[in-house]
Design a protein around this ligand. Structure first.
Ligand code: HEM
Length: 193
């Protein structure tokens, strides 16, 4: 059975080179040059790691049926050779979000913010995986770890998508948002050294 648990390790090793790290809201993360992603429970312990974030994939809570059907039909899998760019965006939402009822959360996510629908329509070539941290512990620094990969040509479209999401009602509940952009080793200048 494929693992649902993933560790994201920022430090000096890993096949992704950190190209930029911007703090959009809340506290920063310590600087890291590279990112390693370890699936499963046996994440390597790296004494030199600047940070390690863990999350687990889970069932969807808010997505509408029509969007789920669209996603299944149109979304790419992660790890395409041409997807040399990636974004790791860990997110923490505030207490007001977690106090919402299911229908209130769904209303903000889908009706007021159109989270999944427009992204899919304008950017079907985005591959993504959402990890929930609160399903592991409520004392972790983030609630979600979002991971995306895309081609270099799609980078401007990804920037637009993220900017549009950050302007939605949903993001009023976001209290920590760190935007880390990465280049795959094969595409990075470090690969030549
Ligand atoms: C094509 C673009 C995107 C699509 C199709 C998409 C779709 C989804 C879906 C289906 C979910 C799960 C909803 C559920 O539980 O039912 C989700 C959750 C989430 N996504 Fe996206 N997403 C996209 C882009 C993004 C981006 C760019 C970010 C970050 C900047 C992001 C951050 C999140 C977060 C934080 C959650 C968890 C929300 C919560 O449960 O409170 N998404 N997304």
């Amino acid at each position: 059975m494929p693992t649902r648990l993933f560790s994201f390790i920022g430090g000096d090793t890993g096949s992704w080179q950190v190209a930029a790290m911007d703090v959009v809201a809340g506290e920063a993360l310590p600087a890291a040059k590279r990112l390693a992603i370890a699936p499963g429970a046996d994440a390597p312990s790296d004494p030199h790691a600047a940070w390690m974030l863990r999350g687990i994939t889970s069932n969807e809570r808010y997505v509408l049926r029509e969007d789920r059907v669209q996603m299944a039909a149109r979304q790419h899998g992660l790890g395409r050779p041409e997807a040399a760019c990636a974004a790791l965006i860990p997110i923490r939402k505030n207490a007001a979000w977690w106090a919402l009822t299911q229908d209130q959360g769904q209303d903000v996510f889908e009706e007021q913010s159109s989270h999944a629908g427009p992204g899919l329509r304008h950017f079907p070539a985005l591959a993504r995986r959402l990890h929930h941290c609160r399903d592991l512990s409520q004392n972790l620094p983030f609630d979600f770890i979002t991971w995306f990969d895309y081609t270099p040509a799609a980078a401007p479209a990804f920037d637009e998508l993220v900017a549009a999401l950050r302007a939605t009602e949903e993001w009023k509940y976001v209290e920590r948002d760190v935007d880390i952009r990465l280049l795959h080793e094969a595409a990075s200048p470090l690969a030549a050294t």
